[in-house]
Design a protein around this ligand. Sequence first.
Ligand code: AMP
Ligand code: ZN
Length: 136
Amino acid sequence: MNPDCIFCKIVKGEIPCAKVYENQKYVAFLDITPVNPGHTLVIPKEHYEDLLNTPDSVLDGMLNDSKKIAKAVLKAVGAEGFNLTVNVGPVSGQVVPHLHIHIMPRFPNDGHHLFKGGAYKEGEIQKVAEKIRQNL
Ligand code: AMP
Ligand code: ZN
């Protein structure tokens, strides 16, 4: 637990949230600035800054539970699909440094757009792939 962390305070019940799910490891609640109604955050009860700092044992089951919650979100708000997002680091837009998975229900013509794809220069894609393989 981090006493200065807003999500730790939610876990401890020190600040209110619209909770939709809880088990031994995780809590899920509605995002207060939703992309669309039903936008849900799934967090581990333990404090870890981001995905890369979270032990595998804590992550184990988080995606399965997110899937279960996402199904309920879709039914509840009548959405046909959703985006599942984990921001890592301020450069990605991570504002709250306590790991969270966003479940964002989507509707046709809701005005939201995914990142615009770019292009690789000649031969660049193979070089980037090779560098990634070397770092695994
Ligand atoms: P991120 O940009 O990935 O760090 O997302 C953090 C999210 O937490 C934002 O979408 C905020 O709207 C949401 N958020 C911040 N404080 C609260 C809160 N007290 N209750 C619910 N959601 C929150
Ligand atoms: Zn925390």
